[in-house]
Write a protein of this length. Structure first.
Length: 230
């Protein structure tokens, strides 16, 4: 076994797996997802050790915000092909952070595009987004939920975006049946209570039924967007 892969604990592997799934990890996210009742200092210590072994890389995105991505050796430790992940941009970073925060806070697990297409091939179509889906339980009924991230746009643009998402999927018979059975939900992740209220007012006036459209506040998203503007 290669030296950098030796003596990895189950927690080490869970950290690497989390970052591989969400393409991002922060001290706060990993403290909740992979540690039980420990201090942030201990989380930071473990992450520094993994960074020192070149399994993860720390990225300083702003003066007070940093995150971790997998290094090629990190993928190798998970039995995946070693590769350098794509650089996160001002567009992709808020999306990844918001989706990870939502899943961690609600005990959910994002499906990768590969998982979604292999599990639900009847719901797929070439060129259509197959990531950011989660399966939820609501009232004893399983539902497919699609996560949309508001990066600070006007509420009416979010409404139009939701309409396009529904329109793209209505033409797929299995997806249309899922909608008509009340088992497809779209949740917009936004940064503030004020924006949540605006989005909910906009979508309530649209004829999206029987698709349920909700909005959920991720305060960390607002903080990141504010940092980006500085």
């Amino acid at each position: 076994m290669k030296k950098h892969l030796r003596h990895l604990t189950e927690r080490d592997r869970s950290i690497l797996a989390f970052i591989a799934l969400y393409r991002i990890g922060t001290v706060d996210l990993l403290a909740t997802a992979c540690f039980l009742g420990t201090s942030h200092e201990n989380v930071t210590r473990v992450l520094r050790r993994l960074e020192g072994r070149e399994l993860i890389r720390k990225i300083d995105a702003a003066l007070s915000f940093s995150y971790f991505v997998l290094a090629p050796r990190g993928y190798e430790a998970l039995g995946m092909e070693a590769r350098t992940p794509r650089t996160l941009t001002e567009q992709t970073l808020p999306v990844l952070l918001a989706v990870a925060q939502y899943c961690v806070k609600n005990g959910l697990c994002r499906m990768t595009s590969r998982e979604f297409t292999s599990t639900f091939p009847e719901l797929c179509r070439p060129g259509m987004n197959s990531s950011n889906y989660v399966v939820i339980s609501d009232g004893g009924k399983s539902k497919l939920q699609f996560l949309v991230v508001d990066r600070g746009g006007a509420a009416h643009r979010i409404k139009s975006r939701v309409g396009r998402i529904i329109g793209q999927r209505k033409g797929i018979p299995a997806f249309y049946s899922l909608m008509m059975a009340g088992r497809f939900r779209i949740t917009v992740l936004t940064g503030t209570d004020e924006q949540q209220a605006k989005i909910e007012r906009r979508v309530s006036r649209a004829k999206f039924s029987p698709v349920e459209v909700t909005a959920y506040v991720i305060p960390e998203l607002a903080e990141l967007l504010m940092l980006r503007k500085k």
